[in-house]
Design a protein around this ligand. Structure first.
Ligand SMILES: Cc1cc2nc3c(=O)[nH]c(=O)nc-3n(C[C@H](O)[C@H](O)[C@H](O)COP(=O)(O)OP(=O)(O)OC[C@H]3O[C@@H](n4cnc5c(N)ncnc54)[C@H](O)[C@@H]3O)c2cc1C
Length: 343
């Protein structure tokens, strides 16, 4: 008899596990809490080898089918001028593209939406999985792929708790075609970093919402990491326009205007300090959150996420960003005439 596998969580982790186990001859069912098809979350994804392995080795996809690529890594000064650049090839995709590609390879009848797992109890040779609708199912194996607030981890490793890492990420996407040509050109073939006081920004192109990879039809993904002290300031930031406080992330457009305005003031302060040699097109039209950008533009996925350390290695773009951020800081510390309050 085929081993029965229940997968809790139907995002990219759960789907990948489901596909690999299915191919290995298991009878796999995915239980996903969300009642509607999952929407783009996290926007850009650094396309590491592990992220693409199933799609390229088993799914018949080419890297070029699902990834945008850039040939440069570039660090900008606060005024938008280039501080440093060098050739380096990176691959990027989007959560949307990876998810849709994986989902398309899995049997829809085995991918169950609106099925939240509320508990599980192992016995000698199986595990009983209970669902929010009161039903239960038995499996030989339960895969817990239920994300950062994992029920599985809480039950199996209760001593392991996420803790706040001290910074939040403002993130969003802008259609390439909404940018001036010079800005589009500057961002189109690079992962671009800018290190600011207590924060840094990175920008890179990702596939369009429909998966488009042609330059000009893609999205430009931006993430602005900002240090925020735990306590009142963080609580305030994580409380949306609806008055609801969220622990991990706010949905697109939910951030309060006061928080968006504070970010805009921060950007303006840095822009003023860099005015002396503001010549670059990027400094003139930065692709960052501004009050004006609060109005939805097509493809805008602005949202706020708090990073929490979780006891797992997460192959995410932001980890790369942190490493590159350290590199950038080192570069900055060697630069003459640096403004310490707003590099
Ligand atoms: C705001 C934000 C931005 C991010 N940005 C990036 C990025 O730029 N690059 C990058 O590589 N990664 C990014 N990430 C992380 C990215 O989302 C993860 O790398 C990826 O989605 C992890 O996939 P996963 O399957 O492990 O978990 P998740 O995507 O978190 O999915 C977990 C799934 O489990 C479901 N679930 C939870 N509990 C239950 C339950 N009890 N029963 C059934 N289903 C359940 C959830 O509905 C969800 O669909 C970001 C995450 C967030 C929140």
């Amino acid at each position: 008899m085929m081993p029965r596998v229940a997968v809790m969580g139907g995002s990219v982790g759960g789907l990948t596990a489901a596909l690999v186990l299915r191919d290995a001859g298991c009878d796999v069912t995915v239980f996903e809490r969300s009642s509607a098809a999952l929407q783009a979350r996290g926007a850009g994804i650094a396309a590491l080898e592990a992220t693409l392995r199933y799609l390229t080795e088993r799914g018949g996809r080419q890297v070029a089918d699902v990834c945008s690529s850039t040939n440069w890594i570039r660090f900008l000064r606060a005024d938008g001028g280039v501080r440093h650049e060098q050739r380096h090839r990176y691959l990027f995709s989007s959560w949307n593209t990876i998810y849709r590609s994986l989902l398309g390879l899995f049997d829809p009848a085995r991918y169950l939406l609106g099925r939240e797992v509320t508990g599980f109890s192992p016995s000698a040779d199986s595990v009983r999985v209970t669902l929010a609708d009161g039903s239960a199912t038995d499996a030989d194996l339960l895969v817990c792929a239920d994300g950062v607030s994992s029920l599985g981890r809480a039950r199996l490793l209760p001593e392991v708790r996420p803790s706040y890492s001290g910074y939040v990420a403002w993130r969003g996407t802008v259609p390439e075609q909404a940018l001036p040509a010079t800005t589009r050109e500057r961002f189109g073939d690079a992962i671009t970093y800018q290190v600011l006081k207590d924060s840094h920004i990175l920008v890179y192109p990702i596939p369009g919402l429909d998966g488009a990879l042609t330059p000009g039809e893609r999205l430009v993904n931006f993430v602005w990491y900002v240090n925020v002290a735990e306590g009142g300031e963080l609580d305030d930031l994580m409380t949306g326009q609806d008055g609801i406080h969220r622990a991990v992330s706010l949905p697109p457009g939910a951030a309060r205007q006061s928080a968006v305005a504070a970010m805009a003031r921060r950007r303006a302060r840095c822009g003023r300090r860099g005015r002396a040699d503001r010549a670059g097109p990027v400094g003139a039209r930065p692709a960052r959150p501004r009050p004006g950008a609060a109005r939805p533009v097509p493809g805008d996925r602005r949202q706020l996420a708090v990073r929490r350390h979780v006891p797992a290695r997460r192959p995410t773009a932001h980890l790369r960003a942190l490493r590159a951020g350290k590199l950038a800081s080192r570069l900055l510390s060697h630069s003459p005439g640096r403004d310490p309050s707003c590099p």
